[in-house]
Design a protein around this ligand. Structure first.
Ligand code: IMP
Ligand code: MG
Length: 180
């Protein structure tokens, strides 16, 4: 068991299982993209560990770019405008594979896919290490799913609870609240 802030988490997915899951995803993507030089776009912060392990296993030429979804207040005070920051490669006519840590409701990945669609990519595929099918409510297809998991909050391997837990090499699941 580990404690992060006010919550206790229990072991859920070992680093060996994560390694195998990432290897399987790499194998699928490699097969589909034979003959192409894809641009992997890793979504920060959560996917940094997944993206690193994925890239180390990727056997062919590829590029990587990192980006973050930022929201700022629009001109009307209530309007939140989302934008992508950090993209430093042209995606024009490229095959893009988005590397995301987790797809929960799908709100985030749909926003990212919409914004990336304006970058002129030839093809955009989505790869998510974790996916919560019970809560996903969007039409967008998630092309590559590492692992489908129940609707429970998880931390580790890049994922955080209020910024703690990202450094853990395995994944933990919410267990209980502490008394305080
Ligand atoms: P969505 O927009 O509901 O799909 O949520 C996606 C984002 O919420 C992810 O990129 C994560 O940053 C965060 N998130 C969703 N579920 C979890 C979880 O179980 N643990 C940690 N972060 C999560
Ligand atoms: Mg994230």
């Amino acid at each position: 068991m580990i404690q992060l802030h006010d919550k206790i988490f229990k072991p859920f997915i070992s680093s060996g299982e994560l390694d195998e899951t990432v290897s399987n995803m790499v194998q699928e993507v490699t097969k589909d993209l034979a003959g192409e030089i894809p641009v992997f776009v890793a979504i920060l912060n959560g996917s940094f560990m997944f993206a690193s392990d994925f890239l180390k296993k990727y056997p062919s030429n590829c590029e990587i770019s990192f980006l973050k979804l930022a929201s700022y207040e629009g001109t009307s005070s209530t309007l939140k405008v989302k934008q992508l920051v950090g993209l430093n490669t042209s995606l024009k006519n490229r095959t893009v594979v988005v590397l995301e840590d987790i797809v929960d409701t799908g709100n985030t990945i749909v926003e990212i896919a919409d914004l990336l669609a304006n970058e002129g990519a030839k093809d955009i595929k989505i790869a998510s290490l974790f996916y919560k099918p019970e809560v996903y409510s969007k039409d967008l297809t998630i092309d590559y799913i590492g692992m489908s998991i129940p609707n429970k909050f998880i931390v580790g391997y890049g994922l955080d609870y209020d910024e703690l837990g990202r450094n853990l090499p395995e994944v933990y699941q919410f267990y209980k609240q502490t008394d305080k």
